[in-house]
Design a binder for this molecule. Sequence first.
Ligand code: C5P
Length: 239
Amino acid sequence: MRERLILALDLPTLREAEEVVRELRGEVGFFKIGLELFCATGPAAVEMVHRHGGRVFLDLKFHDIPNTVAGAVRRGGAMGVEMLNLHAAAGTRALSAAVEAAREMASAHGRPAPVLLGVTVLTSLSAEDLAGQNIAAPVEQQVATLAAMVHAAGLDGVVCAGSEVRTIKRTCGKGFLTVVPGVRPAWAATGDQRRTMTPAEALVCGADYLVLGRPVLASADRRSALARILAEMEEAIDA
Ligand code: C5P
């Protein structure tokens, strides 16, 4: 079960991130390096996780023109990260360019291509937020449209909310990965997330990976918060 947990290292310094990695390596499948840590440290954070034997999901959510996205995927892949993502809203040509760049880079370095994910609608956005952007479609429909684009472009899966997993699996197939952030145990604060689910609920819906940040990082005892989450996940699967 722990292989399916992705811990977000949303921390401002390499020292704090390394403290968490030292404490929790072996307890999670991936460490996620996002914008905050990468802006603070650059590739040093990726090297640090690798030094401790961890796997890296580089969550920089590229959203740019195809040529720029392809270059960023090549550089990310060259660092040896095993998971990478970009916004589906960057469009079909950018998505296809990312797939091609990941394959080229992998064969040039003689290693497997990183798992490539398309970000659908951020889990911090609600129906009202979409309406404010002049997107009239319900959130679920917008996510399904973006997921179909991501699937057609040949990526490995999407980042979406737990409530959207079933629809995506139905239309894109069981093997199409769903990575779910906005995961909140009943005992944790929601914060800025809007489309949330508990770890157990997300698993029951068929999520392949769960992303957790603050429910673990903000806890006074990170190790026991993680153990509690894992126990809830195991209970849900056994039920
Ligand atoms: O602290 P929390 O559990 O909300 O962290 C969620 C993590 O997942 C953050 O690093 C955030 O950037 C990321 N994420 C997200 N929603 C998405 C994509 C990524 O919350 N749609």
